[in-house]
Write a protein that binds this ligand. Structure first.
Ligand SMILES: Cc1ncc(C[n+]2csc(CCOP(=O)(O)OP(=O)(O)O)c2C)c(N)n1
Ligand SMILES: [Mg+2]
Length: 578
């Protein structure tokens, strides 16, 4: 015939992954949008292909074939009403949990609703025909290819996840007539490992664990993770949302931002937990990632996922603790040493969330709890360690500025005999301040309100907002609301609610009130409002994130001079130096 694989990358990726996952049986129905897929499958030669003009019948043939063979079966059809006719067979397959991979061809779905013939809306599936559905657009760049690869892996995994069932891929085509590709591209195959599956071998090399946000760990699991680390010379990298307090804990934000050498060459990263607000984390450094999660979903946060372990954390670590051991603690010790050196060499920061975190983090009362506002507050505190007896949390699930104080109150009601600290920016505070008047508000809350008069998050050098300079203020950083750093608004509100209030405009004033703020005795709740300035907040972040390389230093020096003498001063200095 003289044709090979289609030049359409999404078709090549699909076929490569079918082969990697050992899916060989295909029932195809004729049509335009799956034509190039059919041609490519034919060229490949390793598929067992059957034809069925009637899609209703094709889906039922797949039911019989999947049941009889115990193998997944792929069915493919085109646009128009073709896929509608899959519904009876897929309903049968859904209720019998039969692994049928449904590949419907589609034209560019941007055509949908614009009077193109045969373009039907497959964006919503009936609840009981497939367990998973995904759309694979035409691959135009590397990122599209990565996304297509992940989504097809997910669709294939869904065939057997939690008992399995039919799974759907809506595969876009541009009807390319170029069928000149002789070899399939290498594709990343992501395997799911269930409880009773044979476990892959741990690779040789440096092993690290990274924990995103996670429920607190019980003692049994902590001990099991620690035994694993001891037997594999591993380290647990985490932040204040990880819940892990074991011996191998290492907060990694400072190490990462300074490019610490202990983090180089991580061969395998074992990824636990959910979304992390720790943006300076070890994830991107790893060569390969294994994820452990009871949901069994393929979630590839760092683009290097090779296995998902569909099991609880305890089962995973119990399974690996005693195999292929390479005992030691040298990795942990190297991290601890480098962290301490970096910590000791930190410069003096201006009055800012970061400076306060540095003053407070190691002085919080034992067995208390601390919650952070998203972004600035969490990031500032993630550079510093807090005692292992202190539980910590942040609303990193939805990343809202809207409910930090309410979540803190909710937590504080569970253990009235514990102290609950909250570190919160002004926009987040004012958003949620009505909860301070909730009649359940107790006497065990200590709120540090960092009032910089705006959403400082949008003004620092790592945020694109900084390019607007002063113009960031009115609408992007939402400056000037709530009395524009009023020194009476929160004071009066707090006092009217019989909540203690303290305020500071300088480091000295902050330190003067600090003992009272962290007093371990539970007497009365309080708000400690500290007024800071964006210039100082941003300078502190710049200082702590600088890697100390020549370029950074130069830029930093420039900024220091600019901060000290202002734009006009810089212009004068430049003139004088010419
Ligand atoms: C409900 C909600 N609205 C908007 C945002 C976007 N947002 C992220 S950070 C931020 C500013 C937070 O300002 P502030 O609480 O004062 O903290 P700062 O960065 O100044 O310390 C906003 C508005 C969000 N995350 N959630
Ligand atoms: Mg603010």
């Amino acid at each position: 015939m003289g044709t090979y694989y289609s030049s359409e990358k999404n078709i090549q990726i699909l076929i490569a992954l079918l082969k990697m996952h050992n899916i060989r049986k295909v029932i195809t129905s004729p049509g335009g949008t799956n034509m190039m897929l059919n041609a490519s499958l034919m060229y490949d030669g390793s598929f067992e292909i059957y034809s069925s003009v009637d899609e209703r019948s094709a889906a039922y043939i797949a039911c019989g074939m999947a049941e009889e063979s115990g193998e997944p079966v792929m069915i493919t059809c085109t646009g128009a009403t073709a896929s509608r006719n899959y519904m009876p067979g897929l309903t049968e397959a859904y209720y019998r949990k039969l692994p049928i991979l449904v590949v419907t061809g589609t034209q560019d779905i941007r055509r949908l609703g614009n009077l193109y013939d045969q373009v039907i809306d497959r964006t919503i599936q009936a609840k009981d025909i497939v367990t998973f559905s995904t759309y694979i657009p035409t691959v135009r760049d590397e990122k599209d290819a990565e996304s297509a690869t992940l989504k097809i892996n997910q669709a294939i995994s869904a065939l057997t996840l939690n008992g399995g069932g039919p799974s759907h891929i809506n595969l876009e085509t541009i009807y390319s007539k170029d069928l000149s590709v002789k070899e399939l591209p290498p594709v990343k195959t992501i395997h799911r490992i269930d409880y009773n599956d044979k476990l892959p071998e741990l690779p040789q090399g440096k092993i690290a664990i990274f924990i995103g946000s996670h429920h607190s760990f019980n003692e049994k699991l902590t001990m099991c993770i620690d035994a694993f680390c001891e037997n594999h010379n591993a380290v647990v990298f985490c932040d204040h949302t990880s819940g892990y307090k074991g011996k191998f804990r290492q907060v990694d934000a400072l190490l990462n931002t300074k490019n610490a050498s202990c983090l180089h060459n991580i061969r395998l990263l074992i990824h636990l937990g959910e979304i992390s607000g720790n943006h300076f984390n070890v994830g991107p450094r790893a060569q390969e990632v294994w994820r452990v999660c009871e949901d069994g979903q393929l979630r590839d946060r760092y683009g290097k996922l090779s296995y998902v372990f569909h099991m609880d954390d305890l089962h995973f670590f119990e399974s690996y603790t005693h195999v292929n051991i390479q005992p030691g603690t040298s990795f942990l010790l190297a991290c601890q040493k480098e962290y301490q050196e970096l910590y000791a060499s930190l410069p003096e920061f201006p009055l800012s969330n970061i400076w306060m975190a540095k003053q407070l983090a190691h002085r919080l009362p034992e067995n208390s709890v601390i919650h952070f506002g998203i972004l600035t507050s969490l990031r500032s505190w993630n550079f510093f360690e807090i005692s292992k007896s202190i539980n910590s949390a942040c609303n990193v699930g939805g990343f809202g500025t809207d409910g930090m104080l309410s979540s803190l109150l909710g937590a504080s009601l569970v253990h009235p005999q514990k102290l609950y600290f909250g570190i919160v920016g002004d926009l987040a505070f004012f958003y949620d301040m009505n909860v301070l008047g909730n009649r359940h508000f107790g006497n065990n809350l200590r709120i540090l309100l960092v009032n910089n008069g705006k959403g400082c998050e949008f003004t620092h050098h790592l945020n694109p907002g900084h390019i607007f300079e002063e113009n960031v203020n009115p609408y992007i950083a939402a400056a000037g609301h709530n009395g524009n750093q009023s020194h009476t608004l929160v004071r009066n509100y707090a006092q009217s609610l019989d909540i203690d209030y303290m305020a500071a405009d300088t480091k000295e004033e902050f330190l003067k009130h600090l003992d009272k703020f962290i007093d371990a005795k539970i007497t009365k709740s309080c708000i400690f409002e500290v007024f800071t300035h964006d210039i100082d907040e941003n300078e502190a972040l710049k200082l702590i994130t600088s890697t100390g390389k020549a370029n950074d230093l130069k830029a930093e020096l420039k900024d220091c001079v600019k901060n000290a003498i202002g734009e006009k001063g810089v212009a004068t200095l430049k003139r004088l130096l010419k």
